[in-house]
Design a protein. Structure first.
Length: 278
């Protein structure tokens, strides 16, 4: 866990003794976007594949968060491989077998990569993730801080299958709803099988800006950490789907309403450190 040393004593009081605290100051909690991608070279040496964070297009202060990737690399004593890109890992989803999906406005945007073309950005993303192809959907811009990150809408559960999170009733006047439908149509047209988990019909939180995404789950060693929203039927359906998709992992559902109120969930707030063979 990353935190300035000034907060270590208070954090230790509420954390398990299995949680290691690193002295890396942060501006915000969205580690998915500010922390690095870790990978391994053919030699077996772990490296950081670095995408530069700039506060979602300079929308908020990021003097600490912009340095997290380099500081994590220092803590791991590994080399940094610059991607030549500005962006966030929450803006990319990978199937782990050569395919990436992304919303254009999170990357092909003057607030992140003003001097790069779509083709240049695509090539650099493919190199950063070791992938072969990227499927783009335009989505929406300037309606949320991320310019609509893909990880709140869709995640791969196998190299060929993807699960998407949609409201029970699509509103054709809602730009996020129409963008989601367009993204799913593009993915299906490209041969990706897309299953849909409906958003909770009766969540505890009713704020229009609340993020109620089951697909923004976190995959960890031996388990899937999944949000529950206080809607028993919807929560159980989501858990059943995820368990079927990952039969060898425990599904752990937790109330993440505090994250949803801030505009994200557990996937947004975490970033795994890859170990060799995973």
């Amino acid at each position: 866990m990353l935190a300035d040393t000034a907060f270590h004593a208070s954090a230790s009081k509420i954390l398990s003794d299995q949680v290691e605290l690193w002295n890396i100051p942060t501006n915000d909690l969205w580690c998915r976007d500010s922390a690095p991608i870790t990978a391994f070279e053919e030699s077996g040496q772990r490296v950081v594949s670095h995408i530069q964070f700039n506060g979602w297009g300079n929308k908020q202060p990021h003097q600490h968060d912009s340095q997290i990737a380099k500081r994590v690399a220092e803590a791991l004593d590994c080399n940094v491989i610059p991607s030549g890109l500005v962006g966030e890992s929450g803006g990319i989803e990978t199937n782990g077998a050569g395919t990436l999906i992304a919303h254009e406005n999170s990357w092909i945007n003057d607030n992140r990569n003003p001097s790069l073309s779509k083709d240049q950005i695509s090539k650099r993303l493919l190199a950063a993730y070791g992938a072969d192809q990227i499927i783009w959907s335009k989505a929406v811009a300037d309606l949320d801080i991320t310019d609509y990150h893909i990880d709140s809408l869709a995640r791969f559960v196998t190299p060929e299958n993807l699960v998407a999170n949609l409201p029970a009733q699509l509103d054709t006047y809602d730009p996020f709803h129409t963008a989601a439908a367009e993204t799913i149509a593009i993915l299906r047209d490209r041969g990706v099988t897309v299953d849909v988990i409906k958003e909770p019909a009766k969540p505890r939180m009713r704020d229009l800006d609340f993020v109620a995404s089951y697909v923004n789950h976190y995959i960890c060693n031996g388990a899937i950490v999944l949000a529950e929203f206080g809607d028993k039927d919807s929560d159980q359906r989501a858990a059943a789907y995820i368990h079927a998709a990952y039969p060898n992992r425990e599904v752990i559902q937790i109330n993440f309403d505090a994250l949803g109120e801030l505009g994200g969930s557990i996937h947004c707030a975490t970033q795994q450190l890859t170990t060799q063979g995973n």
